[in-house]
Write a protein that binds this ligand. Structure first.
Ligand code: 13P
Length: 289
């Protein structure tokens, strides 16, 4: 069933678990997330990056919404990392459940103004807005941030940012990285605790692929209630496609699609277990979004 994103996050927060938001680009990705979430009786979020929207258009949001609506578990559909107001507006017009407006590349005052404007847009459409304070390094599609440009979330600034933007969820930068970790990840839990003490909205961690289980669990106990996962799913799909094509003399498209759906479910299942959301599908009241 399709439910408001904020309801998923609030239910997770009060139950001390977290929601997995899985970035998907294709029908195979959508099927993998829905199948894995249903098998685990877990809520989940289908998450769409602007690059996937560029490829699939608003029809891709319609596919995600309809898949979420027909799922046996609570699901939402979120636009991820978008810096373009026109794309945010078109995603809202297409019925997206929530948006992540990313002004983290802007100087503070401009990030504040941009995020505030996008919050008004999202709220006007009856949806919630996730914002980012600080700047995450790494690579996501054609969005790349060098480690030298990255900066961690300032807990004091977070108070000002959240109250002035009226964002509904905050993505924090505490040493997490998009894409591959080039050295063992280290998360600044003191910083996360300081942020959680100062702001009362749900906190989000990006860059979950490659994070050791122990760091994920500690993040949840420090207040993270949504994790974004992309790279591990893409890698699973690409490796499965290569293996299928390499092992079939007469490959079939359906076989290729099924191989990817199966393969992507492996990291999704692992993450749902790690996030503690398995069996949590019955939580919350789930009014229509
Ligand atoms: P990973 O690709 O590192 O899993 O990060 C995903 C993400 O944060 C999307 O917003």
């Amino acid at each position: 069933m399709l439910v408001p994103t904020l309801e998923l996050l609030e239910t997770a927060r009060s139950g001390a678990f977290a929601i997995g938001a899985f970035n998907i680009y294709t029908l195979e990705g959508v099927r993998a997330v829905v199948a894995a979430a249903e098998a685990a009786a877990s809520p989940a979020i289908l998450q769409v990056l602007p690059k996937a929207l560029e490829l699939g258009g608003s029809a891709f949001i319609t596919l995600c919404r309809s898949s979420a609506h027909h799922a046996t578990v609570p699901m939402a559909v979120q636009l991820d990392h978008c810096a373009d107001p026109a794309v945010i507006q078109s995603a809202l017009d297409a019925g997206i459940s929530s948006v992540m407006a990313d002004g983290s590349h802007l100087p503070y005052a401009e990030n504040l103004a941009f995020t505030r404007q996008m919050t008004d847009l999202a709220h006007g459409a009856g949806t919630m807005l996730e914002a980012e304070l600080g700047r995450l390094s790494g690579k996501e599609d054609d969005w790349e941030v060098d480690a030298r440009e990255a900066c961690l979330t300032d807990p004091e600034q977070a108070i000002d940012f959240v109250s002035r933007t009226e964002a509904d969820a905050l993505a924090v930068c505490i040493g997490n990285v998009h894409g591959k970790y080039t050295r063992p990840p280290e998360l600044d839990f003191d910083r996360l605790a300081a942020i959680a003490q100062r702001v009362s909205l749900p906190l989000v961690l990006h860059g979950t692929s490659g994070l050791p289980d122990e760091l994920v669990s500690r993040s949840i106990s420090h207040g993270i209630c949504k994790f974004n996962v992309n790279t591990e799913l893409r890698q699973a799909a690409v490796s499965a496609a290569a293996a299928y094509l390499g092992s079939h003399e007469a490959p079939e498209l359906i076989g290729l699609m099924n191989a990817q759906i199966e393969a992507m479910q492996v990291p999704i299942r692992e993450k749902l277990t790690l996030f503690g959301s398995v069996g949590q599908a019955a939580g919350g009241q789930h009014p229509s979004p």
